[in-house]
Design a protein around this ligand. Sequence first.
Ligand code: SAM
Length: 282
Amino acid sequence: MQKDRTGILYVVATPIGNLQDITLRAIEVLKSVDRIAAEDTRHTGPLLKHYSIAKPMLSLHEFNEREQLKIVLECIAQGESIALISDAGTPLISDPGFPLLREAKARGIKVVPIPGPCAAITALSAAGLPTDRFTFEGFLPAKPEARRHRLLRLLHEPRTMVFYEAPHRLLAALEAMRDVFGPERKAAVARELTKLHESILTASLQMLAERYASQAAEQRGEIVILVEGIEEKTSKTKEVIPEEVLDILLKTLPVKQAVALASEITGERKNVLYEMALAKKK
Ligand code: SAM
């Protein structure tokens, strides 16, 4: 039966491990909507069962999102209210939902966020790194060269950087970060947040890389890596940024000479500058 009003799209955060981490409002909304759009309906089953929520579900994941969003929007146009949830945490944060949200907004549909857990924010809240300014970087590229280039672009980032990482890439990511940001840069690895084997280690990148190299059993579970930003200069004179110096020198000099001079002027390591130069030439 067609209802005479457009429905609402709720974006509902769910636990990132511990089933208790769900808000009263999230439970109330999940019980009140007509349908739940879930990333993996089988994965969501136990959560809904735990809270005695029985609702029709439709699947909306990375690979069917563009098709499924039409169905979701049609249901809302028919007056149904829909809750969007992902496998864990806040939808759209390294999770599906963005195309649906963009389209819902374009159509003037009311979107209501129901806040709750997010691994990035949970890790930040307990890592002991600066939280006044931070940047969420999501997942790094899996291939070593692309990962290193992404990190090189963050070399002068003054804000705390937050990364999601797969367990089998934890060590490679820490080693790449150590090589790019330097061994002394402070960082944290937050594993299995809110779960039985939760651990949050804050130390230099060198120490973290050594620790996980020697503890293969800890290269498991779900992981957030945080890296402190570079210290910002307080001097009033213009800051010397190696990448900018390199850019200027590359205009007139061959790569090798530009790199050598940029290294002398800025104190930046030659191998870092060399990779920057190569990336620019590509
Ligand atoms: N939407 C989720 C959120 O709000 O955090 C993130 C989904 S993303 C597909 C999954 C990644 O989030 C994991 O690979 C891991 O990096 C991070 N993550 C999720 N749950 C976590 C947990 N309990 N502890 C540590 N990291 C977690």
